[in-house]
Design a protein around this ligand. Structure first.
Ligand code: 13P
Ligand code: SF4
Length: 313
């Protein structure tokens, strides 16, 4: 075996060793490992539960574990902590944030409410706990249309993702008032990317996330949350799929559909924050009980109401 072959084998063995060590640590501490669909392959591989933002919030609510190790980005771990004050929630890499979350503040929402007093605020889960605390109800990409249509007002404020807001506008008679936030990785896929790829792979089906731009959504054959994409791909008879979301999603897609071919819609569609969490971070944070999410109680109680309103649907 040459050097690079030996290195590969060494890396593989070290990943397997760390996974085994972590599994044992989780068991000893009565901890559960939750992973978002964009996480690194080696983390998805050993997660107790993997899912989209909505599924992960539901799972975090139902677990009997004492500790929730949340492999995702900060707002997701915060949602788990908001709902489970009696549990310890760990975000293994404390720098794993979401730029979209930082595109709006609680004060911005308070100002919007003054401008549109008749419109309830629907906060995408990709918001800080403080923003959730001043909103009326949360939503995820999987239930945004349902949440908006469940409200009795004639117009709604949707924050912070303008693309999710304009996607929802296609399925509701209500007026959607948008905030100009967006997801930088999803912004990178353009209709031109899809045109070029469809020419190269005739018959390929383009699957997009609602965080994509309206022009990219127009070019899509199917639009859904990340877990909705797994289901669509599983049930479709097509062979080639152009995947318009973070490439971490392709790990499970390939595993579940070995005969199908998955093509990234754009090589830049990688979320650097979702990739910040490594096995070492997970082991160290759990072993040392560090990077525990803490939310001021007054904020937590108000933010909880917005998440509960969503989960009640
Ligand atoms: P979903 O997993 O809910 O589709 O969300 C994608 C995302 O970008 C989370 O930040
Ligand atoms: Fe935020 Fe976009 Fe990354 Fe999701 S994919 S965590 S919205 S930057």
């Amino acid at each position: 075996m040459n050097n690079s072959g030996e290195n590969k084998e060494e890396n593989y063995n070290s990943i397997k060793y760390k996974q085994k060590f972590l599994k044992e640590l989780l068991r000893k501490k009565n901890a559960i490992l939750l992973a978002h669909n964009y996480q690194r392959d080696e983390i998805q591989e050993i997660a107790d539960f993997q899912g989209d933002s909505l599924e992960l919030s539901i799972k975090a609510n139902k677990t009997d574990a004492d500790i929730i190790v949340f492999c995702g980005v900060r707002f997701m771990a915060e949602s788990a902590a908001i709902m489970n004050p009696e549990k310890t929630v760990i975000l293994p890499n404390e720098n794993a944030g979401c730029p979209m979350v930082d595109m709006i503040t609680a004060q911005d929402i308070i100002n919007l409410k003054k401008d549109y007093p008749d419109a309830p605020v629907v906060a995408y889960v990709n918001t800080s706990a403080e923003c959730k605390a001043v909103s009326d109800i949360c939503c995820t990409s999987a239930n945004a249309v349902k949440v908006v249509n469940s409200l009795s007002s004639k117009r709604v404020i949707m924050v912070p993702d303008k693309n999710l807001g304009s996607y929802v506008q296609r399925f509701t008679d209500k007026e959607v008032i948008n905030w100009p936030g967006y997801c930088p990785p999803h912004k990178r896929t353009t209709p031109e990317d899809i045109r070029v790829l469809k020419e190269k792979y005739p018959g390929a089906v383009f699957v997009a996330h609602p965080e994509s731009s309206p022009e990219t959504i127009d070019a899509a054959d199917h639009v859904s949350s990340t877990s909705g994409m797994y289901k669509f791909v599983r049930e479709s008879s097509a062979k080639f799929f152009i995947i318009g979301t973070e490439r971490g999603i392709m790990y499970k897609m390939k595993k579940e559909n070995p005969d199908k071919v998955f093509i990234p819609s754009n090589n830049g569609l990688v979320c650097p924050n979702m990739k910040k969490t490594h096995l070492d971070d997970v082991i160290n944070s759990l072993a040392q009980m560090k990077n525990i999410i803490k939310i001021p109680e007054d904020v937590r109680i108000k933010a909880r109401k917005s998440i509960e309103n969503m989960l009640a649907l």
